[in-house]
Ligand binder design. Structure first.
Ligand code: CP
Length: 315
């Protein structure tokens, strides 16, 4: 494929290919390799229209470790602020001949639209409530390294499912890899008809966490609740926040995940988040670099092949 726009376009084999390649970018000390020339001579532009710490930093680091020329567009100071549209902005950057565009945008579908207009590979770094494919892939790699497999696991995804592109991409990936998925959260934060995706739905943390292998917490995304019901943080933590008592319903060796940024004391107790025997939250960040290196490496190979074919056909 030319782009990485969502997990929904990937097969089981594609997912394994990414994870296997990402594994080769992590050494025995769980450090991502520092240098390769997989993207040598290529230009990567990161366009983040929404805030980010982990995704932007790890895409930048991944590109640099693969030898690309990496440019971070500062969207806050760009001509977007003067009213330039997403597509005009993308076409302007496209005219500078980048090879890879990494895009985060607040509107679902915006990255797919942009991908239709440019000549390079586009990686979706999160679009609205739609998809965050590299997050689901890094979560899968973290699970596989902790549990030794990425199928036949019971995974509980908890909290604000309705506003979460992380939940959506994970749900699609974990389903494709034949896991048992439970979604737990208040009915007001659960998308209508979600059980049709082949998962169990519950509003009771203790029931939903029972015998889970993986407990994946989600951030309460107040910024996406425009005018809708916003739960009180105290009440939310009481009913849906992960603490030691609720976690005791999961398997004894269950791992705890959170994509970040975390609201400590809202969706997760700080002591659970920091418990190195249960929490793999820092591993998720580490695997993020390796997975993004693998995704860009694979897309760059496809791009080189495509350009090679075009050259041969043109001569
Ligand atoms: N998980 C994630 O996407 O984090 P950032 O918003 O910090 O990139």
């Amino acid at each position: 494929a030319r782009h990485l726009l969502g997990i929904e376009h990937l097969t089981q084999e594609d997912i394994r290919t990414v994870l296997d390649l990402a594994d080769t970018y992590v050494d025995l000390n769980r450090r991502t390799v520092k240098h390769s020339d997989a993207l040598a001579g290529m230009t990567q532009i990161n366009m983040f229209f929404e805030n980010s710490t982990r995704t932007q930093a790890s895409f930048e680091l991944a590109g640099k470790r693969l030898g690309a020329d990496v440019m971070n567009m500062s969207m806050q100071t760009s001509s977007v602020k003067k009213g330039e549209t997403l597509i005009d902005t993308a076409m302007t950057l496209n005219a500078m001949h980048p090879d890879l565009l990494v895009v985060r945008h607040g509107a679902s579908g915006a990255v797919n639209l942009l991908a239709e207009k440019v000549n390079c590979a586009v990686l979706n770094a999160g679009d609205g409530k739609h998809e965050h494919p590299t997050q689901a892939l890094l979560d899968a790699l973290t699970i596989r390294r902790a549990k030794g497999r990425i199928q036949r696991l019971t995974v509980a995804i908890c909290g604000d499912v309705a506003h979460s592109r992380v939940a959506r991409s994970n749900l699609i990936l974990l389903n494709k890899m034949e896991n048992r998925i439970r979604l737990i959260g208040p009915p007001t934060l659960m998308p209508a008809g979600i059980s049709e995706f082949g998962c169990e739905v519950s509003d009771d943390m203790r029931e939903g966490l029972r015998d889970a292998d993986v407990v994946m917490m989600l951030r309460l995304q107040k910024e996406r609740m425009d005018g809708g019901f916003i739960p009180s943080e105290r009440e939310y933590f009481h009913r849906y926040g992960l603490d030691a008592e609720k976690l005791s319903y999961a398997k004894e060796d269950a791992i705890v995940m959170h994509p970040g940024p975390m609201n400590r004391g809202v969706e997760i107790d700080g002591t659970i988040a920091d418990d190195i025997n249960r929490s793999v939250i820092q591993d998720q960040v580490e695997m993020g670099v390796a997975v993004r290196m693998a995704c860009m490496d694979l897309l760059a190979r496809n791009l080189r092949q495509e350009r090679g074919r075009a050259l041969t056909e043109g001569t």
